[in-house]
Ligand binder design. Sequence first.
Ligand SMILES: [Zn+2]
Length: 756
Amino acid sequence: MSRLLLSVFATTLPLLAQDLAKSSARVVAYEMTARLDAPARSLRGTQRIVWRNQTGAATDELRFHLYWNAFADRDSTFMREAGAAFRAQWEDGDFGAITLERIAQEVDGGRRELRVEFLQPDDGNPKDRTVARVKLATPIAPGDSITLETEFVAKAPKALRRAGWAPGGSFFCMHWFPKLGVLEQRDGRAEWNCPQFHANTEFFADFGSFVVTLDVPAGFVVGASGGRASLDQASGDRRVLRYEIADVHDFAWVAGPNFVEHIETFAGSHAADDHTGIAPAVARFLGIDLATFDLPKTELRLLLQAEHDTPEQVRRHMSAAREALWFYGMRYGPWPYPVLTMVDPARDAKGQGYGGGMEYPTLITCGTDLRPHPRKLTPEGVTIHEFGHQYWYGLSANDEFRDPWLDEGLNSYSESRAQVLAFGGDSTVPRRPVRTSEFGAITLAAVAAPTVPGDPLRWLGRLPLERLPAPVAEVGSDLGIRGTLIPQSALLSLLAAQPSLASFREVEAHPEWIDRARFLASDVPDSMLIPGWQMISRASYSANAYTRPATILRTLERMVGRDRWWAFLRRFHTDARFAHPTAADFITALERDCGTEAAGFFRSATEPMARLDYAVHSVSPADGRGPEQSVIVRNFGTLRAEVGVRFRFEGRQQPEWRTIPREGTSPWTEFRFRDEPGQPPRGRLNEVWIDPPGAGTPKTAEAFEADDALAGVLVIDADLRNNVWRARLDPRPSQYVAIRALLQAQVRLLFAALIG
Ligand SMILES: [Zn+2]
């Protein structure tokens, strides 16, 4: 069976991937000015917008997003959806808004003023003013363009959700300008895709170009999409900078008096030097010249908050950015922009972050702690994740309202692998992270990664966390524990560096296992393929956008085989570059490149509550002895897959393999073994293992990257502990766990005695 599979998989894909697109359709061109009045926390701006109707139908209206109106009061759809706890954070003076004061259409050398009205296409909430409609006197025919001029005033909200002003005087100008929605063609008609601003979902826009002139206080450091200012003039107490960038679908900028700027470079990389071997394998598979995979030089600009400005922080941000540029570039094609700007968001005196981790074209926000722990991957993880969005969201610009998983899921999957390759696993890599916090035991309780059979860490979930001092943040309920984290301090950093408190080798960080554990801990009553804002809860949105697709993709990778899988992903990205892929495009490409089995599994894995859990249901006789044995394997879930089952007998050197097909309706399958005349007896049945890890599994004859799975193929299997049956119990895992628990208890008591 393995031979056959290998020979099928070794053929190249039927079609070559075309060359990477060099530019986008450039549907819209924005020329904008913005003057920041820092004391008033407001912007005054102008726009000249040229927009082309690239659908096949005429339209007599335009629609704009006015995102900052989501923060105008507590009645916007965003605020309603974000929940009472979020609304309660807002005090008088924290609110913001955007007003489109004037909008005019250029006609025959003159101007025609246009009228603005608000729409609520999604929920009819009359208090929501995040979508504006502008009626036109004459329709815009297919292929025709319209030129508009606007004036707007934007009052910055407190940056409790990414955009606005932050304590310390910096400004995070994200989705800050009147921004056109996307005109799409549906059933021969042109329709605006311009949803309201929702609490959980993100953005979607046409590709275009931006020329933006910013007028800020003279002492401010500025970072913006586009990277380097093409003009930078200071006069008196003001500074004027101009940025230009094309083939992006948004423009964000930050400015503040306390940023410290650092500039380094990513030197580029040759694909022939790819130590994972995947770039050469994919190039061979697709029949593409490997030299076209080489990565160019990129400038890295880092804007750190002054209190974070240490050589270590700079090194860690920069090295994470280099790892990310290398990983994503080698896997999905070179990043086509010359400058990446990384911004460290502000924190207030209580440690609350403003701005968070977020992605915008060529500019990402990726924060850090005051004293980064040597083995906790902050800021590395968030830097790699947000950079990854430069591919999945930036270049491959899916509609994040409709298919949030298409950027977040592909990105979570990619980011986890990038982190494992960069910072984990291989003993030749000096940085071996153990996921720990400033106080080991608390993070231990929070990490649900099942790294040893029997889940010995479950007891940690019952730590009396509420008795710990000075709570600042609730531990996420999605992690399955209740309690509080304690604030970072030099003393705790010291304590966390004590091996007995922080270095539990059972919970070595593994981003891919954490994705899986979080997905399995989630309630997912929604299909993964419905619009994000229609999902039942933020928890369902998080699972369906991030951890569920990441787990499905990791399973598919192993079903399909390493080289074919990465060739498929590269090809999908190539097709999606500077385009707007949909879920249907992904499934079509998956079926084309990886076959109907993979596509069928993907479809069913995205259904509401889809769960896969193959288990050894029964063995008879119970001790495995006798001339005849019967083993029943049962799926306790609803999701089916082709599964290999390995049987070991006392009288046979080689194990026997059986396969359960994906097709079929019965949740259980019986396997019978009977000694045949003329054959040596099998003897006692010693072990049954469903989808065992490691070499020898027919489906995993190919080596896998980051192959630390406890499963062969189906890492999505919800409970790996019931996959094995043994005639004789192995006492070692329980002894091991008991001894470690005893040692930990002893260390803790000793420690308590010391500080008492
Ligand atoms: Zn993300």
